[in-house]
Design a protein around this ligand. Structure first.
Ligand code: SIN
Ligand code: CO
Length: 407
C-alpha cells in the first residue's frame, strides 16, 4: 500500500538537503536517529561514500551461478529501447540463457541473496538501527550497459547501494507524482515519469528511497547494485491474518443468530436486520467496512458458504441477442448447488450467486433468488428492467448457475 505522504515534508523536499557526503563516517552520513527523524519514510537521501572502498561480496559470475540454482528467485529484464518494449524471464536459468544475451540493455536480478550468501548477509549489519523484522532482503542486480528495469515505484523503503561500476538514478521527489502504470508491460512500469533529480552513483554510494518515490536506474557501462529492501504488510494482509487468528479462538457455538426473525417478505433477500445480525456475530472487526461493502462481503460469503460443488460453465457463450426471443418458450433451471441471494441498493439490487455479485433490476433479483429450482421463462419476459435482466441472465447461463431448457 502506498504510504500516506506527510504534506509538510513534500513541500520542503526540493529545498532541503537530500544529498550528503558520508566521507568515511557512518553509512548514513549522519547518526541513525537523525536519518530516522528527517528521511526515513519521508524523503529520499543520496549518500556519497556511504561504504568506503566497497568490495562486492559476490562477483557477477557468482550471481549468474546463483540465478541458475533451483529455488533462487531470479529474473532477467530486457529492454528493446527502439520499441520501448520490456520482456521479463524468470529463473532458474542456464549457461545457454546467458550466452544468448546481447551486449547491452538487460539486467539480471536475484532476490534474497542474503539467505544464500553469508558475506552478503553481513551487509545488513550496517542497517541494525532498523528492526530486523522490517528488513526483507538484499536483492542484487547485475546490468549490462544501459540495463535497468524502467521507471517504477516500490511500496517499500529501499537502500540502493552501488556495488560495482556506475548507475544513473533519476527520481521524482515532487509531491504526489503520477503513479499510473503502463498497461502494455508485465512489469509495473510508470506511464509518465518526470524526474526532479538525477545522479550517477559510484561504488559505495547509496540512495535511500521511501515508499512511493518514482525512480529509474540505468547502468552506465556494466554495473552491480545491492538493494536492501524493507517489508511492510498491507493493512489488508494484517487484517486477514488477524481475523483468522481471532476466528480460531471463537467457540463453534458462537454463530449468526436470529431469535428475532420476522416472516421473510422475499425468500432470497438479505435485509437490514440480517446484516445487523451478521455485524453482531462478527463484533468490532466488522466496523472496518461501510454498509454497502459489508453487505457485498456478506452476500458473497453466505452464497458460497458450505457449497460443495462449483457450477460448470457453458462451453460456448449463449447468443445474447437470441436469448430474449427464446425466453417465453423456455424453462430455466437453477444449478442445485448454486445459492442465490439479493439485497436492495437504492433503486436497484445486488444479486449474489455462489460468491459472485452482479447488479440487477430488483424484480429479476427477487425472482432468481426466490429459492425455486425451475422458472418459466415467460415470467421473466414480463418483468421490468428487461434489457439489463436478459444480459444478467446470459451471464448466469454462461457461468452455469442457470441452464436454459426448451419447454
Ligand atoms: C535494480 O537494481 O536494477 C533495480 C532496483 C530498484 O529499482 O528497486
Ligand atoms: Co525500485
Amino acid at each position: 500500500m502506498t504510504r500516506p505522504r506527510a504534506k509538510h515534508s513534500l513541500i520542503r523536499t526540493r529545498h532541503e538537503v537530500i544529498e550528503v557526503d558520508a566521507g568515511g563516517g557512518s553509512p548514513l552520513g549522519m547518526p541513525p536517529s537523525r536519518f530516522l527523524r528527517d528521511y526515513w519514510q519521508k524523503r529520499p537521501l543520496l549518500i556519497r561514500g556511504a561504504f568506503q572502498d566497497f568490495t562486492p561480496p559476490l562477483s557477477p559470475d557468482d550471481l549468474a551461478g546463483l540465478a541458475c540454482m533451483d529455488g533462487a528467485l531470479a529474473r532477467i529484464v530486457r529492454h528493446d529501447a527502439k520499441r520501448n518494449h520490456w520482456a521479463v524471464a524468470s529463473g532458474p536459468f542456464d549457461d545457454a540463457t546467458f550466452a544468448k544475451l546481447p551486449a547491452s540493455h538487460w539486467t539480471l536480478l536475484v532476490q534474497d541473496v542474503d539467505k544464500w550468501d553469508a558475506d552478503t548477509a553481513a551487509l545488513l549489519d550496517a542497517f541494525a538501527f532498523i528492526p530486523s523484522w522490517r528488513i526483507d532482503d538484499v536483492m542484487i542486480s547485475y546490468a549490462a550497459d544501459r540495463g535497468g528495469v524502467g521507471a517504477h515505484v516500490d511500496q517499500y523503503d529501499v537502500f540502493l547501494l552501488q556495488g560495482m561500476g556506475k548507475r544513473r538514478w533519476a527520481i521524482d521527489a515532487g509531491s504526489n507524482p503520477p503513479t499510473d502504470p503502463r498497461e502494455d508491460v508485465e512489469l509495473k512500469l510508470l506511464k509518465r515519469f518526470s524526474p526532479t533529480h538525477e545522479w550517477v552513483l559510484q561504488p559505495g554510494d547509496m540512495l535511500y528511497l521511501p515508499p512511493g518515490v518514482p525512480h529509474d536506474g540505468t547502468a552506465v557501462g556494466e554495473c552491480m547494485t545491492f538493494s536492501i529492501g524493507m517489508r511492510a504488510p498491507a493493512a489488508g494482509e494484517l487484517l486477514f491474518d488477524f481475523a483468522a487468528h481471532v476466528a480460531e479462538s471463537l467457540p463453534e457455538a458462537q454463530r449468526f443468530a436470529d431469535p428475532d426473525l420476522a416472516p421473510a417478505a422475499s425468500a432470497g433477500e438479505i435485509d437490514a436486520a440480517a446484516l445487523r445480525r451478521a455485524r453482531r456475530a462478527l463484533g468490532p472487526v466488522a466496523a472496518t467496512l461501510d454498509e454497502d461493502a459489508f453487505a457485498d462481503w456478506f452476500g458473497r460469503f453466505i452464497t458460497r458458504y458450505r457449497v460443495a460443488q462449483p457450477a460448470a460453465p457453458r462451453r460456448r457463450p449463449i447468443d445474447r441477442d437470441a436469448l430474449a426471443g427464446r425466453l417465453p418458450r423456455s424453462r430455466l433451471e437453477r444449478d442445485p448447488w448454486s445459492r442465490f441471494a439479493w439485497r436492495r441498493r437504492g433503486r436497484d439490487a445486488r444479486l449474489y450467486v455462489a460468491g459472485s455479485v452482479f447488479d440487477a433490476p430488483i424484480a429479476w433479483a427477487r425472482e432468481l433468488a426466490s429459492g425455486a429450482r425451475i422458472f418459466e421463462g415467460s415470467r421473466f419476459a414480463k418483468l421490468p428492467g428487461r434489457a439489463q435482466g436478459v444480459g444478467l441472465l446470459a451471464t448466469l447461463i454462461d457461468a452455469g448457475y442457470v441452464t436454459l431448457r426448451r419447454r
